[in-house]
Design a protein around this ligand. Sequence first.
Ligand code: ADP
Length: 225
Amino acid sequence: MIILRNVWKIYKLGNNKVYALKNINLKIDEGEFIIIMGPSGSGKSTLLNIIGCLDKPTKGEVYIDKIKINNLDDDGLTKIRRDKIGFVFQQFNLIPVLTALENVELPMVFKYRNVDDKVKRKRALKCLKMAELDEKLANHYPSQLSGGQQQRVAIARALVNNPKIILADEPTGALDSKTGKKIMELLKKLNKEGKTIVVVTHDQELAKFGDRVVYIKDGEIKDVY
Ligand code: ADP
């Protein structure tokens, strides 16, 4: 499903080079739940951005669902992201002037231009249900929702184009630990329903939710357990 082969990411800062990823080799099978863990600055977000086709490696090969992404241009990368990947962020990244339901509908606007609005609404409601948000909250604005509820809306939005892969960068980082566990349980449920999930976190407590933990330090994979 996801293959990284000898992947390097090197940033140039003036005359200095920052080796954010050093020779990463990683294979993630369909249906796996992977936790990427490591200290701040170790390269976790860089790795997730490459898996998410938000960025390309300096060296090495990346395959997403059998497609080699190295040779794709921006349009090609955008299409892979839109069709295959759902993103979840620490700060939810919801649009404040849209309701929960409208936020979830938004990614469909770009993918299903010719689909009837009613069909889109039904699909968005289904995804809110999959993310276990109380139906009564569908017309609330993000500011009227708790952090945990906002993250559920963000997860529903990630599901709406039916991606095979969900990538989450510190999805519990802005939540208290009890709410954070609930969000991880939701991701685990979606994983059991067939999604391949990759979560970046620095919280050791969350390791138990993964099938495998990839521990990264100074841009290198130090351990997989
Ligand atoms: P983490 O997510 O584990 O905190 P990052 O992937 O954000 O780590 O960063 C890894 C390293 O790469 C850090 O040293 C960081 O400063 C550096 N880095 C990340 N993005 C850039 C960039 N756009 N330009 C230069 N250096 C960067």
